[in-house]
Design a protein around this ligand. Sequence first.
Ligand code: VPM
Ligand code: SF4
Length: 465
Amino acid sequence: MGRTLFEKIWDQHIVQDLGDGWALLHVDRHLLHDLSGPMAFKAIVERGLDVPNPELAFATPDHAVSSAPGRTAATFPTGQRFYDAMVEQTRARGIRLFDLGERGQGIVHVTGPELGLVLPGATVVCADSHTCTNGGLGALAFGVGTSECIHALATQTLRLRRPRTMRVRLDGESGKGVSPKDIILHVIRLLGTDGGVEHAIEFAGGAIEAMTIEGRLTICNLTVEMGARSGLVAPDEKTIDFLRDKPFAPQGEGFELAASAWRLLASDHDAVFDRDVAIDVSQVAPTVTWGTSPGQSIDVDGIVPDPAFEPDPIRREQIVEALGYMGIEGGRPIAGTQVDYVFIGSCANSRLPDLRAAAEIARGRHVATGVTAWVVPGSVAVKRAAEAEGLDRIFRDAGFAWREPGCSMCVAANGEIIPPGKRAVSTSNRNFVGRQGPRARTHLASPAMAAAAAITGIITDVRKI
Ligand SMILES: CC(C)[C@@](O)(CC(=O)O)C(=O)O
Ligand code: SF4
């Protein structure tokens, strides 16, 4: 019987089979950021451990740094100690740090792919649950905890239990105004936030093949929001073209050699997945969350669930609780809900195509009175490319703030919060209680939908703006 793409990459990386589904796997790339990296380094120092392969580790500050124009590490004083620890430890260990202001700095799951650090068939880890993003390039990428991060730094291996395999085939043509973010939110609504637990998910099908690499990265970014640790897309010519000019990808002859190996990375036609799901993306509409979980979403022209019509008492209670926190009523349209903030950013949606989609809506219009709208590019490279084509000018003229790369309001680890009780449309990936600040109310949506909300001041169907 054939093997899936996941099984091929997993098998290629087994250093030691530990039995009962457990194995010691080689870690090809270790990405580090300023929140989780310093914790691991502290333990490495305290335990007197070495880092034998610093050349396979790469670091960047992203969570605890301000996104204010002209920012330095000191702009957000609380974050300074994370930054200092990262600078000190990466220097001491000979680990490449992409520092503030230099190309290569940004949200770790944006910079990894754009630097060519993440390659098809590679294993990639980071102490961050959104490491699954990197699977969009055909890597086997997964988030790890601090102890696993320490293990990977000290041994370049990880002890992992082999997950089951799942394929989500996305076929059909996306409709007007529908982006990869709408598609993945739709998938999570259909399969549930536990739909991928203990599975590695391969996304395949015509809609994936038609998607940009950035779109595939968005799809894989939210794999963890359906309970899976890894999402991946088989590499194709788009993947190869995306990687061709990247600084840390193989160069020249070596690139063509690597590309010929990458072309072989695909699930066998007779491979059998533990679970195989097909979804028609032509049924997907521009989507927005109404509740406090990425799975609580509806079509933007849909009606917020009314708990009175929910037969299951547990689900009914969940709906009541979510509506209470979000301050909205069940049984009413989500469109037209008043918005206070709009955040366009995060490792889900802050790459150049995302900013282009938002700028398309913002062009020649203006942010509604009373709305605060931010655009936070995912990396220095994205920011510079966006500025080279004048996207920053479009946003500034429309009244959006144009900021410096980082996680920013996604999780507000740098103090950039949505104030208590205020309502935000956000292009990030989590709308949990308090995610963007105490009592902040988050509606997840695509960049175009977020821009439409900024312009109208209400949750708006981007197909009608
Ligand atoms: C580290 C944390 C803030 C994180 O970036 C990733 C995580 O959950 O590990 C997030 O988005 O929640
Ligand atoms: S952008 Fe948001 S989701 Fe992504 S790593 Fe940063 S905090 Fe986590």
